[in-house]
Design a protein around this ligand. Structure first.
Ligand SMILES: [Zn+2]
Length: 166
């Protein structure tokens, strides 16, 4: 069912989901025009860089809300809001269709120290950098070998996840 744009008096279809507040508990549905307008006026992150915004959402995900798992945003929401706040096009996004980022994928991204929004290209680059650093042929101590296994496993998880998406 397609909802009307929530902007008063607008008769177009509401196709873009916009957060009513930073807690992501409620959303507006806007047409493209009004979503853009709303986005421009949504100043919560006005003085933050994209990196700071992503860090803020990461903190919410993995930091102080960890004991209130029921109320913290899921990774899909985090990606959505990052995209929205940073002005990326969210119209083609699958949110909120139930394809949440599996826990294993989130863990793998954390292992590689990547944001939840990382692309396969970024993941590959990070993997190559870390693999060079910890590769058993180069690394000498045992801890590094363990680290290499962890990184490789994480990369496998992510590669599988991304290639099954299409
Ligand atoms: Zn509208």
């Amino acid at each position: 069912m397609i909802k009307r744009c929530d902007h008063p008096g607008c008769g177009k279809a509401g196709i873009i989901r916009a957060p009513k507040n930073r807690h992501l508990t409620e959303f507006w549905m806007f047409c493209r025009t009004h979503a853009a307008e709303y986005n421009k006026n949504w100043n919560y992150y006005a003085n933050m860089t994209p990196a700071e915004i992503e860090a803020d959402w990461e903190r919410q995900m993995f930091g102080d809300t960890i004991n209130r798992a029921g109320s913290s945003p899921n990774p899909h929401q985090v990606k959505f809001i990052n995209d929205f706040v940073l002005g990326r096009d969210t119209s083609g996004d699958q949110y909120p269709v139930s394809r949440p980022l599996p826990t294993g994928v989130v863990t793998a991204l954390k292992t590689l120290n990547l944001p939840l929004t990382a692309t396969l290209g970024e993941i590959g680059n990070r993997y190559r950098t870390l693999a060079k650093k910890y590769h058993p042929d180069i690394a000498t101590d045992h801890h590094d070998a363990t680290e290499f296994t962890k990184i490789s496993d994480a990369y496998d998880v992510l590669r599988r996840h991304f290639s099954s998406k299409k």
